[in-house]
Design a protein around this ligand. Sequence first.
Ligand code: AMP
Ligand code: MG
Length: 410
Amino acid sequence: MDFTAGLMPLETALTQMLDRISPLQDVETLPLGRGFGRIAARDIVSPLNVPGFDNSAMDGYAVRLADVATGNALPVAGKAFAGQPFNAAWPVGTCVRIMTGAPVPAGCDAVVMQEETEQTDGGVRVTASVNAGQNIRRAGEDITLGTVVYAAGQKLTVAELPVLASLGIAELVVVRKVRVAIFSTGDELQLPGQPLQEGQIYDTNRLAVHLMLEQLGCEVINLGIIPDDPQKLRAAFIEADNAADVVISSGGVSVGEADYTKILLEELGEIGFWKLAIKPGKPFAFGKLAHSWFCGLPGNPVSAALTFYQLVLPMLAKLSGNTASPLPLRQRVRAATRLKKSPGRLDFQRGILTRNAEGALEVSTTGHQGSHIFSSFSQGNCFIVLERERGNVEAGEWVEVESFNHLFGG
Ligand code: AMP
Ligand code: MG
């Protein structure tokens, strides 16, 4: 019997989700210093040249090539400091003492670094050959006035915000945060801090999802634990749908008798229930409620975190207007250990990526890969992504790995 028939490939599910949603259009204005992690809502055009003026890259002497060519020592006509230009007349046959960042005086062909000069009674003698333009940082060399520095959709981080500061930009127009309502479903779930009754377990998924959403810069509306009771679930879905752009639940999406999510969502919205050809994480739901998008994560914690990471994260990235690829690049490395795998589903095993004695990257397994072994995220630092049709992997075979991003400590 083929247990993999009817399973949807991850890429198909992802394409179907991403094709349907479009980025939020609402924007907000923020001071530059509060923009970390936000998405630019408009193209950011440079109001300045950077550098703003030709300036010295070295501490040394500003010279004219014709004066250097004479071989004469050059008396020092004056000094230029960063923030204090040399504006006096610059007589032929002299040089100007100049510090890093100071504007070069008009007519200057090059800056000679201090180490390539010697002091003589007659002035400064240049001891090395001098090329036109050397040690001069040209106006607009980094960023030219009027060009688009960052296109709309750029995520603004420590790589971008200081550049905007260098342009004198004090305010940002960014896409508003995505609002996400979350809840866990299950009669067996208990809050940490409360005693467990027989058969109860602590709610893991809601914290995992809440933390990931916060790290992604979403606004989280946390509706707690909802029991497997159709009335209470219906009320939770309606409250979540009214409050958020996206509703994320966990549990109740498989085919057990207390799995009401499917029935309710058929009533309240338009929902696709998918059995995905991935491991862990087979059951996953996606669809549209009256006002929001819905994602139903599987109950098993590793499956919930994995489907969030591989499916919900790209969806949230698109909704937030972020145009960059949301997940780290995959790379090919050798397996250092045997990896158990049966054909039929795309596997996301947790692995440990290290450098071996020869300096090459290699990956080993974190051990037990059960969908309840959440500690594997902490032991590992990457996913080992094993193709759908692949079977067991022997040590030494090539495999693809995807390093964890910052959500899992990467
Ligand atoms: P379900 O999809 O609701 O049948 O749940 C599948 C498995 O995941 C069961 O063993 C549940 O007890 C467990 N589970 C469901 N929700 C959670 C949760 N929020 N935290 C930890 N385990 C859960
Ligand atoms: Mg359940």
